[in-house]
Design a protein around this ligand. Structure first.
Ligand code: SAH
Length: 341
């Protein structure tokens, strides 16, 4: 079965044309799916019974099953979704004063192998489809009866390693006829796949790009993130400069502080040098210790010192508030869970 949510409106027009129908049928189907949010083709009452039956034979309106839902003491909610093919992924809902933010996964597992991340060590299985990315948002909205206002691609997987499906999903999330979330309320986070950053700059989407930087020398970064062996810091920052120039958008650099690893004054000094003059912002994350992980959190005092040094030297830096850590829903804690675990 094909998942009807995998298609853009243009693609759906082609699909219905192949069924011998007029393109406006696709507009009607889109409206039922994303405005009325029906869960069955039978509810699409302005389509002929014949067309509804044809659609049912070829397509499904894929809805995830909630395998588990955990609520943290701060109200953050973590979902474990059954993808209905034997795989599962996690998605996290966070509530901020400005609305609901959803942290979505882009792959079942991850190939990047970052040493500090819980998604590492569980083999990669497959990319999520566009419809599966959308369904994470729609399933949570249905379950909680809310409207999500921000989407961040910071769950399991490397979004730029699933480039086509992720970019298509961003277009649909943003499309007023689909999920209608402003591009500036969509963030994509990458460990630094340089060629894909250049490509993304050409897409003409106003989403926010976050770069998982985490270190200031190639030696140090390669120890934390194997991707740095392929694309060095200098190449990565060059791609970021190109992205800023093309999009005029500020980049957010993620920097997870780990005790006695990347959190001393020398690191802060090098970071200032690297980012000087760039249209950017640094997001400092107290690193979350993962099972058997070698990295532990910096002290609060150190984190504040690090932030203050950056701010005093012209780099805007904030400390990210950690949400959901008591249910393993904070940064880097998401895993692809075994259905039988
Ligand atoms: N693959 C993408 C998106 C997923 S990770 C990326 O690498 O950016 C989302 C963010 O959480 C990234 O900035 C990542 O580096 C960070 N992260 C991963 N593990 C972490 C941990 N244990 N503690 C704090 N942040 C972590």
């Amino acid at each position: 079965m094909k998942n009807i949510k995998d298609y853009t409106l243009e693609e759906l027009k082609e699909e219905v044309k192949n069924l011998g129908e007029k393109p406006f049928r696709a507009e009607q189907i889109f409206k039922w799916l994303y405005e009325d949010k029906v869960l069955s083709f039978d509810d699409m009452t302005n389509l002929s019974i014949d067309l509804r039956n044809k659609l049912k034979e070829i397509y499904e309106i894929k809805q995830f099953k909630i395998l588990k839902k955990q609520v943290a003491s701060d109200g953050t909610k973590k979902y474990l979704f059954d993808l209905l093919d034997g795989n599962a992924i996690e998605t996290v809902l966070m509530q901020y004063h400005h609305g609901y933010s959803l942290c979505v996964s882009s792959q079942v597992g991850c190939k990047m192998g970052c040493k500090f991340c819980a998604s590492t060590g569980i083999p990669f299985v497959r990319n999520l489809t566009t419809g599966e990315i959308l369904e994470q948002i729609m399933a949570v909205e249905r379950d909680e009866n809310i409207r999500i206002s921000n989407v961040v691609f910071m769950g399991i997987g490397e979004p730029l390693d699933n480039y086509d499906n992720v970019v298509k999903a961003i277009h649909l999330i943003n499309n007023p006829k689909c999920l209608n979330i402003g591009a500036r309320h969509i963030s994509i986070s990458t460990s630094g796949l340089v060629p894909k950053i250049y490509k993304l700059a050409e897409e003409n989407i106003q989403c926010t790009l976050s770069i998982s930087l985490h270190a200031t020398t190639n030696e140090q970064r390669s120890k934390m993130m194997p991707v740095n062996n392929t694309y060095h810091i200098e190449e990565l920052l060059q791609a970021c400069k190109d992205y800023i120039e093309k999009t005029n958008r500020r980049i957010s650099f993620e920097y997870a502080l780990a005790k006695e690893n990347n959190d001393n004054l020398e690191d802060a000094k090098r970071l200032v040098k690297l980012l000087k003059g760039m249209l950017c912002h640094v997001n400092l994350i107290p690193i979350n210790k993962i099972e058997n992980g070698e990295f532990t959190k910096s002290s609060n005092e150190n984190i504040i010192k690090f932030r203050d040094y950056l701010n005093e030297h012209g780099i805007v830096a904030t400390i990210r508030r950690e949400l959901g850590s008591d249910i393993d829903a904070a940064c880097g804690q998401l895993r692809r869970k075994n259905l039988h675990e």
